[in-house]
Design a protein around this ligand. Structure first.
Ligand code: HAM
Length: 404
């Protein structure tokens, strides 16, 4: 299916590496995992993400379920987590730093780095007004990219809040109205509905026009200014480099003041920001939030790690399956990584397979070995082999596997 991809065993180690690295960072910093349903009521996203956004207008997988209720495959994680936060009264819980990993769905035109099912790793922090938490979110990203050995540019901006943005929107509308005919069709539609989005249109003509547009920094209110300045101060204290990009706006409506993107080669790998009104907008109390999400596919695509050999020992079973199972059990109890063959194959083809699996040792067993409670241990590196009694197996294997 277009835009839907199988994740095959060849790349799975990269996925595990990325997710394990992220989970390690989250747990070291006191974040707890949250898992919410993939399907939510459509209104969660209409009210959360915003009904004039591209996501809600064009990209949602929405359908009626058997009871006639409109439901949507989640296009992003934040709105559903806020819904869960409100419903489960998590504001009374000590766990207000949460992380999540999972699939998201957007009906977009598939292209490089853009899929219809994709995976995000993200975090959301609730009830912390201090700009230091925004900086902590940024720090998590820089730490992760450092561990993944991926270079990124951090771009940040202050996009204001519902107090100051309307005046700015008005100024943008009167500026862009002069260039209406030259804007792309999408931006002509955005002009009165969501003029901020024109600022990050990728169309070359729109980009040139946007450069001369009024700057939000001249319109932001005192609170937004103070918050943003506070984040900048924290980033400097953490020695995190950033670029202030006044044209950076986000494709989701819930953001207030601080927003950011981590960009590599013109592709945004991770993005997020503060959303101080979202919880209230979705029916909760006046609690603020900040978070981010990264696109796993975009990172896997550029992640350069050497695949680890997945097994230590291959059991070449020449028709003695019960004996092979006993050996498998013994080796697994001893914490060796082991692959056992059960199908009738020639020794030659089994050795080939052991080689492909990059096994370090091959244990060969047939009728003779079964009768004498022994096995042949073959060192795959130098193709030497010897017969040993089963009770010598652990020591022999350790000798071969851990020899320097
Ligand atoms: P977003 O910018 O829509 O933000 O998505 C975050 C990241 O997900 C993007 O930077 C990109 O790496 C990846 N991504 C988005 N769409 C696709 C796609 N179609 N195919 C592949 N990757 C994609 C959010 O989703 C917000 N919920 C982030 C957030 C969390 N803000 C605050 N908390």
């Amino acid at each position: 299916m277009k835009g839907f991809k199988d994740i095959l065993p060849e790349t799975i180690e990269k996925w595990h590496f990325l997710e394990k690295t992220a989970v390690k960072i989250f747990t070291h910093l006191g974040y707890k995992e949250i898992r919410t349903p993939i399907l939510e009521k459509t209104s969660v996203f209409e009210r959360g993400v915003g009904d004039s956004t591209d996501i809600v207008e064009k990209e949602m997988y929405t359908f009626l379920d058997k009871s006639g209720e409109s439901v949507t495959l989640r296009p992003e994680g934040t709105a559903g987590i806020v819904r869960a936060f409100i419903e489960n009264k998590l504001e009374t819980s000590v766990f207000n730093k949460l992380y999540y990993i999972g699939p998201m769905f957007r009906y977009e035109r598939p292209q490089k780095g853009r899929f219809r099912q994709f995976h995000q790793i993200g975090a959301e922090c609730f009830g912390i007004k201090n700009p230091a938490i925004d900086a902590e979110i940024i720090y998590i990203n820089t730490l992760l990219f450092e561990k993944l050995n991926i270079k990124t540019n951090l771009e940040i901006n202050n996009i204001g809040c519902p107090n100051c943005r309307p005046q700015y929107s008005k100024a943008l509308i009167s500026y862009f109205e002069h260039y209406k005919e030259s804007l792309c069709i999408d931006c002509q539609k955005r002009l009165y509905k969501n003029p901020l989005r024109i600022l990050d249109c990728k169309n070359e003509k729109c980009k040139i026009i946007a450069r001369g547009a009024p700057k939000l920094k001249d319109y932001v209110c005192k609170d937004c200014k103070e918050h943003y300045t506070g984040v900048v101060e924290c980033l400097k204290a953490l020695n995190i480099e950033f670029i202030e990009n006044e044209l950076l706006v986000r494709g989701l409506d819930y953001y207030t003041s601080f927003v950011f993107e981590f960009v590599n080669n013109n592709l945004t790998l991770s993005a997020g920001g503060r959303y101080d009104n979202l919880i209230q907008d979705l029916g909760g109390n006046n609690i603020c939030g900040v978070g981010f999400a990264l696109g796993e596919e975009r990172i896997i695509d550029i992640l350069d790690i050497k695949p680890q050999n997945s097994i230590d020992i291959y059991i070449a079973n020449l028709g003695v399956t019960l004996y092979a199972l006993n050996i498998l059990q013994k080796l697994s109890d001893l914490q060796f990584k082991v692959y056992c063959e059960y199908e009738n194959k020639s020794l030659k083809s089994m050795l080939k397979k052991a080689d492909k699996l990059e096994a370090k040792v091959c244990i060969i067993i047939g009728e003779n070995e079964l009768k004498s409670s022994s096995c042949i241990v073959r060192d795959m590196k130098n193709s030497t082999q010897k017969t040993i009694e089963l009770n010598q197996l652990e020591n022999t294997l350790k000798g071969v596997l851990y020899a320097t």
